[in-house]
Design a protein around this ligand. Structure first.
Ligand code: ZN
Length: 162
């Protein structure tokens, strides 16, 4: 396979639209085209696998099952937290998204599912957990990574570290 196709170790620029149940969730029309280093876990694995071998200008529709996307919905991934454990001046409302650290100090995404009396029910499922993802992707650029990008395992947009 030549270097004119998507493969591990190449920086890929892609345009994309993500739909779930026919609704546009995200797209490169809202954001910029996405640049990523293939083969370094920078995009969801199911999508990257389908993009391997694509050429510049080629587009593809990719349907990804929850297990290859943002995970299955986990009914157990809930936690009840007393209101008092949140800072008193913090505004707490249903649907709010936050990051909480677990016992090991790792940041985890959580969403406030509901509030009952003095108890806050947190949902740790990714917002797209359980969703079948419909991607329309188009490869618009391919390049070699810089040495630094390859060492870091991600792209440096506009020469800036991120
Ligand atoms: Zn870096």
């Amino acid at each position: 396979m030549g270097k004119d196709t998507v493969q591990d170790g190449q920086v890929v620029t892609m345009e994309y639209t993500l739909r779930v149940d026919g609704e546009v969730i995200d797209s490169s029309e809202k954001n910029d085209a996405l640049e990523f280093l293939a083969g370094h876990d920078n995009i969801i694995p199911g999508l990257e696998r389908e993009m391997i071998g694509m050429k510049i200008g080629e587009s593809k529709e990719v349907i990804i099952a929850p297990g290859d996307g943002y995970g299955e919905f986990d009914k157990e991934a809930y936690l009840d937290v007393p209101r008092g454990e949140f800072p008193a001046d913090m505004k707490i409302e249903e649907g709010m998204e936050l990051h909480v650290s677990d016992e090991s100090g790792e940041q985890r995404y959580a969403r406030i599912d509901s509030i009952e009396n003095e108890t806050v029910h947190l949902d740790f499922n990714h917002p797209l957990a359980g969703a079948e993802l419909h991607f329309n992707v188009k490869v618009v650029g391919l390049r070699e990574p810089t040495k630094e990008e390859l060492e870091h395992g991600h792209v440096h947009v506009g020469g800036h570290h991120h």
